[in-house]
Write a protein that binds this ligand. Sequence first.
Ligand SMILES: [Zn+2]
Length: 318
Amino acid sequence: MGALLMGAPLLAVNDAHAAPPPQVRGSSPGYYRMMLGDFEVTALSDGTVTLPMDKLLTNITAAQLKTQLARTGLDPSHVEGSINAYLIHTGEHLVLVDAGAGKALDPNASGRLLNSLRAAGYRPEDIDAVLLTHVHVDHHSGLTVDGKAVFPNAVVYVEKNEADFWLDASNEKTVAEELRAGFAQAAASFAPYLAANKVKKFTGSTELFPGVRSIAVPGHSPGHSFYAIESKGQQMQFWGDLVHVKDVQFRSPGVTIKFDLDAAAAARQRLKAMNDAAAKGYYVGAAHISFPGIGRVLADGKAFTWLPVNYSVAGLKP
Ligand SMILES: [Zn+2]
């Protein structure tokens, strides 16, 4: 080989290969797909958000937090959490659970939902329903960008108490400082859908489509909702913000966060939901657990363990 190259006029080519292009950095998980009975479920990545959990988590000491996060090598002052949305093709409907952060957070880290959606083979105009787990910026701001409805053919479903709370700016003084900008953002997100009469407020736990229902879990926010889907006896629940820090809250479900409107209620809902998921064994999709945020819950003594799905190219068939 060496002999063949010697003396060959390859200098220019060799120079071109001397240095590769700059490192690209960053990751783009895009989408993850699985079947649930006859329903196709696609986890869509909107990116991530990095938060100072040492300043945000409550009901835990600084030392406890440090110890718990050290097990997974995370620094409490910079915990990078995923922002996941979920697309469900029921055969009759194409339903999106949560809409990502749009331009509300760091554009270098989040607001990637549409890229993920297109990579997954669908267009924004294909979606006929967006179900919001709650009205926090990282779940609804992707509905509307620069005043335009991103999902022009979709009806936005949101629990009535949730919508009424966040669309009334006089409630601003009742929430943590970190959440106050959410009122103006909510008004902007909902505006084109309200103008087109495409916001549907439902109350509590209710069936929205065949095989798709909401479950009322107030606590984190006034009308925080899970969505449960069921096809051919298989069940999956989408948990919204039941868990913010997987490496802490499965072990200690009583740990809360400043974003909770009613922290005690949020902790009760977490314990109840984890017990139910562990007892029944259904799949869970969670907005802030590392992408794709799909897994199952195992009982582990007095606490719980998160069991992420196995990666599958063909599409997991549980
Ligand atoms: Zn939230």
